[in-house]
Design a protein around this ligand. Structure first.
Ligand SMILES: Cc1ncc(COP(=O)(O)O)c(C=O)c1O
Length: 407
C-alpha cells in the first residue's frame, strides 16, 4: 500500500508521499481469514495475557479511581505510573540516574517516532544494525534519515564495521546523530550483543559524539541468562535513550511504552508528543501501575519465558530436521524470532507466493536491511503459532526450499 493519484500529488506534503505500508502489515492482510500457518507476524501468544487479573484490576480502577483514570492526564504520563515504572526498571537492572526522566508513550513505536521527529533532520546519519526492526527504519525514514548499517554476527552488531561506517560518514561530511540498536534478542535476528561489543559501541558514541537509542522490548524474558547489562546501565555519559514496552510482558493492546533518558531528551519528546496525541491512555497507565505493583508483570514474564522457550526449541528442532544443510539460522536466547539464511541466489520475496500457496507465511528478510541485501533471508516467528503449526510450517518451508536448491 502506498499513497498515489493526482489528488494526492496536489495535496499531500512531500513527507507523506514517501510513506509506504510496512511489508509485514501488507503480508498479514494477505493471510487474514485463510487457513495459513503464519510464521510472519510478531504477536505475543494470547495464553500469556493474564485476563482474569487484568479484568479485576480494570474494574477496580474504573469503579474506585474512575475520576482520574477516565480523565485526561499529563503528556509525560500519569505521575504514579511513572514512579512505579522507574522502580520496576531499577529493580530489573536498568539504571535510572538522578538526572534522568521517563516519558510514557503509546507503545515504544511512538517513542521511536518521537525520537525521529526531534533528532533527525533530512540527511542526518542514523547508524543501524543490518538487519534491523523495519518500523524503526520507517520512522527514521519519515524524517529523511540517511542510514549507514553494520552487519550482525553471533555477538550482535559488528562494532568494528560500525566504526568504519562512522569514519566514512565523517569523511563524507555528513552530520552524525544516532546509533539505533536492539542489543538483546534483536528483531528480526534474535541475536544478543556481547558485553564487549556493548562497551565498544558506547566508546564509539563517546568518541564521535553520538546519541544511542537502545530499543529493549525483549530483555525481560530471555530464556537463558544474558551476561550483558543494558547499554543504559553501562553508559557513563548520559548518551543512551532507553526504550521499553509492556507489549511483550503484559499486553500490546494496552499500548504502553516508555523512553528513559536525560531529562533534556525527555522534555524534547514531551513537547513533540503534545501535538501527536496529548498523552497515552490514562486508563491503560492506571491498569499498568496496578499490574506492576501487584507483581502481575513479573508473573506474566515468567509465563512468557516458559511458553516461548518451548516454542523456540520446537522451531530449532524443526529447522534442524526439515531445512537443508545449506541453510543456517540464529539461535536466539529470547525474543520472538529466528532469522534464517538460505543459500545465496535464493530470493525469499519471490518465493513467498509459493509458500503462501502451500499454506505457510514468513517475512522476507530484505526489508530489514536499510542499505539493501538480505534477499536470501527470512524472519520466522515462534511466539504466536502453536507448536504443531511451527513444526508443520517449517516442514512445508523446508520442502519448498529443498525443491529450490535441489538439496
Ligand atoms: C524492536 C522493537 N521495537 C519496538 C517495537 C514496538 O512495540 P510496541 O509499540 O508494541 O511497544 C517492537 C514490536 O515488535 C519491536 O520488536
Amino acid at each position: 500500500m502506498s499513497v498515489g493519484g493526482e489528488r494526492s500529488r496536489r495535496f499531500l506534503a512531500e513527507r507523506a508521499r514517501s510513506m509506504r505500508a510496512s511489508e509485514i502489515r501488507e503480508l498479514l492482510k494477505l493471510t487474514e481469514g485463510r487457513d495459513i500457518i503464519s510464521l510472519a507476524g510478531g504477536l505475543p501468544d494470547p495464553q500469556t495475557f493474564p485476563r482474569e487479573e487484568l479484568a479485576e484490576i480494570a474494574r477496580r480502577v474504573i469503579i474506585e479511581r474512575g475520576n482520574q483514570a477516565l480523565q485526561y492526564s499529563p503528556t509525560l504520563g500519569v505521575t504514579e505510573f511513572r514512579r512505579v515504572l522507574k522502580e520496576f526498571l531499577s529493580s530489573h537492572g536498568v539504571t535510572v540516574n538522578s538526572g534522568d526522566d521517563v516519558i510514557v508513550t503509546t507503545g515504544s513505536q511512538e517513542a521511536l517516532y518521537l525520537i525521529a521527529k526531534v533528532f533527525v533532520d533530512p540527511g542526518d546519519v542514523v547508524f543501524v544494525e543490518a538487519p534491523t526492526y523495519l518500523a524503526a527504519l520507517n520512522a527514521f525514514r519519515h524524517y529523511g534519515a540517511y542510514f549507514k548499517s553494520a552487519p550482525l554476527d553471533d555477538e550482535g552488531m559488528r562494532t568494528d564495521v560500525l566504526e568504519e561506517r562512522i569514519k566514512e560518514a565523517r569523511r563524507e561530511g555528513r552530520r552524525l546523530k544516532l546509533i539505533y540498536t536492539i542489543p538483546t534478542s534483536q528483531n528480526p535476528s534474535g541475536v544478543t550483543m556481547s558485553l564487549e561489543r556493548r562497551k565498544h559501541l558506547l566508546e564509539l558514541a563517546e568518541e564521535y559524539d553520538l546519541l544511542v537509542v537502545e530499543d529493549d522490548p525483549y530483555s525481560f524474558f530471555t530464556f537463558e541468562p544474558v551476561e550483558a547489562e543494558p547499554l543504559k546501565t553501562l553508559d557513563k555519559s548520559g548518551r543512551v535513550i532507553y526504550l521499553g514496552t509492556l507489549s511483550k510482558i503484559l499486553s500490546p493492546g494496552l499500548r504502553i511504552g516508555w523512553a528513559l533518558a536525560e531529562s533534556w531528551v525527555v522534555t524534547a519528546l514531551e513537547l513533540a508528543k503534545q501535538s501527536v496525541d496529548l498523552h497515552s491512555s490514562t486508563l491503560s497507565q492506571f491498569i499498568a501501575a496496578e499490574a506492576m505493583r501487584k507483581g502481575l508483570v513479573d508473573k506474566t514474564v515468567e509465563k512468557a519465558r516458559t511458553i516461548y522457550k518451548e516454542k523456540r526449541d520446537v522451531m530449532l528442532e524443526s529447522l534442524e530436521e526439515y531445512f537443508p544443510n545449506s541453510c543456517r539460522w540464529t539461535r536466539p536466547v529470547g525474543g520472538l524470532f529466528i532469522f534464517a539464511y538460505l543459500p545465496e541466489g535464493l530470493d525469499t520475496k519471490a518465493m513467498l507466493p509459493e509458500a503462501i500457496e502451500r499454506g505457510v507465511a514468513y517475512v522476507p528478510g530484505a526489508s530489514f536491511f536499510a542499505e539493501g541485501g538480505g534477499e536470501n533471508t527470512m524472519r520466522l516467528n515462534f511466539s504466536y503459532p502453536t507448536k504443531e503449526q511451527i513444526r508443520e510450517g517449517i516442514r512445508r518451508l523446508g520442502l519448498l526450499i529443498k525443491e529450490k536448491v535441489g538439496g
